[in-house]
Ligand binder design. Structure first.
Ligand code: ATP
Ligand code: MG
Length: 568
């Protein structure tokens, strides 16, 4: 009954979405006009495999792959795996899955910076031969001290004047494993007085005996990110290296390396990274949340990871829509997470089938409905999309409604059920509450007795009579049991990026309801299927779900409940 995912499994490439011009596209347009890269556009998405991808990465993925698609260019997926100690195969796999799920394809262009270790080593030797790099025996701590400050120049290393021959020999011996970890580095010979600290003889190689997820024990010298990144882009023939703003200050260094090596020189363009309210995005913090079990893993539906968003019920379309709506700019800003939630609402409003589910059931017996009788009523699957058709839902003498939809003493303007009041059951009849059954001991309302008006069947010609309220329900004899997890924001302050960020974790970020009732059509629902539960919000079948034990996650409420709470 849901629209098959396969049917709408339209990749981002086929989609005719309107992507507004931005400063990056303007730069590319200019480069195309001047034929700078022979009319080619080639981008890449370069994650470090030290964690799962998050919504910030999604911005970068949509940008890089989106530009390549629109300019009929190419986009590579490259793992920037230069740091052997924090990287894992699990991350490499999840990253590929997430990029594909978002709707993008790198074809046969999956690369690893580690594949270039040999080339990078040769490039380093080239710089040594030009007198532009040297082996330095200072410790990491000494290098830091010699480096100087933002206001004062640095001091030259005493090893800076080694001869080319000496440097070549020492660098080879570093590679051969003749020196202990951390005892020597290879450094670029640039300018210890440069106002840009990145140009004060930056480290290119360090000695580190650590097993690499791809190269194993082959190497005991590893390139720094700064040394590997630009050259990797160059090797792949990237035309436009799009990265986040913190790399702007590194650009003169990347330019220097490429210029000295006289190799293909991509153009680096920086944009502001995505920050979201009520969200932490740093991989270090996300890892902490996982390791300290504040959440149930990287794909916990409360995580801003792509796998978490997917499990929560986000669609690739909604995330791409979000990326389009936020655009790109050079100014740091924080986007309201409500915008992300709204993108999901607007996508699911179009494509999610409506169904009825009762979260906290209250039994209702319809006294004048015949025992054992039943009928099937017509319900529309999606009023936004007539092509999604309709379905039959069973009605019978005993139904469940939401506990919330009954008040013994109704407040003003309460148009739901209360003693003596009438309400319409969605797609069914008008019912009237004639009696309330309570638990003798606790006084809790355990059952309502109602009568129905047979003249008011929805959709029939005589259904004319109107009442103010309409509520959802399910037939007790036909309903399926379900567990429903009500997720909410993981942090309860707008900016959780303070030192005490873990104290801002929302203690009510998940409420698990185990006695829920859902309509029988959901028996065939599979993990990842998404529905609108009428009046309640959008829900997604969880990966834990089986046909015997349905589990749903609330993806998002129908309206932004937080803005109301904030004002109250
Ligand atoms: P860290 O520095 O914590 O290791 P990172 O966020 O830099 O992580 P990478 O794996 O290096 O993670 O990121 C891959 C790509 O995604 C980079 O090009 C980076 O600029 C981009 N990216 C990362 N975070 C964001 C963000 N919040 N918004 C937009 N782009 C991002
Ligand atoms: Mg990074």
């Amino acid at each position: 009954m849901t629209m098959l995912d396969a049917e709408r499994n339209m990749s981002a490439t086929d989609e005719k979405s309107f992507t507004p011009k931005n400063f990056i596209r303007e730069i590319i347009d200019d480069d195309l006009k001047t034929n700078k890269y022979a009319g080619k556009v080639h981008t890449r998405f370069p994650p470090e495999p030290n964690g799962y991808l998050h919504i910030g990465h999604a911005k970068s993925i949509c940008l890089n792959f989106g530009i390549a698609n629109d300019y009929k260019g190419l986009c590579n997926l490259r793992f920037d795996d230069t740091n052997p100690s924090k990287e894992e195969v699990e991350y490499v796999e999840s990253i590929q899955q997430d990029v594909r799920w978002l709707g993008f394809d790198w074809d046969d262009r999956l690369f690893y910076a580690s594949d270039y270790f040999e080339r990078l080593y040769e490039f380093a030797a080239t710089l040594i031969k030009k007198g532009k790099a040297y082996v330095c025996d200072l410790s990491a701590e000494e290098i830091r001290r010699y480096r100087g400050t933002l206001t004062g120049p640095g001091k030259e290393s005493p090893y800076r004047s080694r001869t080319v021959e000496e440097n070549l020999a020492l660098f080879q011996r570093m590679r051969n494993g003749e020196f202990p970890d951390g005892s020597r580095t290879l450094r670029a010979k640039i300018d210890m007085a440069s106002p840009n600290l990145n140009l004060r003889d930056p480290v290119m190689y360090r000695i580190l005996r650590s097993k690499h997820h791809r190269t194993g024990d082959t190497w005991c010298v590893y390139p720094t990110y700064d040394w590997a990144h630009g050259q990797s882009d160059s090797i792949e023939g990237i035309t436009h290296s799009i990265c986040t703003l913190e790399f702007e200050i590194h650009r003169p260094l990347y330019d220097w390396f490429l210029h000295e090596l006289e190799i293909h020189h991509p153009r680096q363009i920086e944009f502001a990274r995505l920050n979201l309210t009520y969200t932490v995005m740093s991989k270090r913090k996300l890892l902490e949340l996982v390791e300290e079990k504040h959440v149930d893993g990287w794909d916990d539906p409360r995580m801003p990871t792509i796998s978490g968003l997917r499990r929560r019920g986000y669609t690739p379309e909604s995330i791409r829509l979000f990326a389009d709506r936020i655009g790109v700019s050079k100014n740091e800003s924080t986007i309201d997470v409500a915008l992300l939630e709204d993108c999901l609402r607007s996508d699911l409003n179009k494509c999610a089938a409506r169904v009825m589910a009762v979260l906290r059931p209250l039994k209702v017996v319809i006294e004048n409905y015949r025992d054992g009788a039943g009928e099937e009523l017509e319900a529309i699957n999606n009023p936004e999309d007539p092509s999604m058709g309709s379905r039959k839902i069973p009605f019978s003498k005993v139904i469940y409604i939401e506990q919330d939809d009954f008040r013994e003493i109704p407040p003003k303007k309460y148009f739901r059920l209360s003693p003596g009041a009438e309400v319409r059951l969605r797609y069914a009849y008008i019912v009237k509450c004639v009696d309330v059954v309570k638990d003798n001991k606790t006084g809790e309302v355990v059952e309502l007795r109602c009568t129905y008006d047979p003249e008011t069947k929805s959709g029939s010609s005589q259904s004319g009579r109107k009442v103010k309220g309409t509520i959802h329900w399910v037939s007790a004899a036909h309903a399926l049991d379900a567990e429903i997890r009500l997720y909410d924001r993981l942090f309860n302050v707008e900016d959780p990026n303070s030192d005490n960020w873990k104290e801002c974790i929302n203690p009510n970020s998940v409420v698990i309801l185990r006695n829920c009732k859902v309509e029988p059509d959901l028996a065939s629902a599979k993990p990842q299927d998404r529905f609108q539960f009428e009046r309640l919000g959008y829900f997604c079948v969880d990966d834990d779900s089986t046909s015997g034990a349905l589990v749903f996650n609330r993806a998002v409420t129908l309206r932004d409940t937080w803005s109301k709470i904030q004002k109250a």
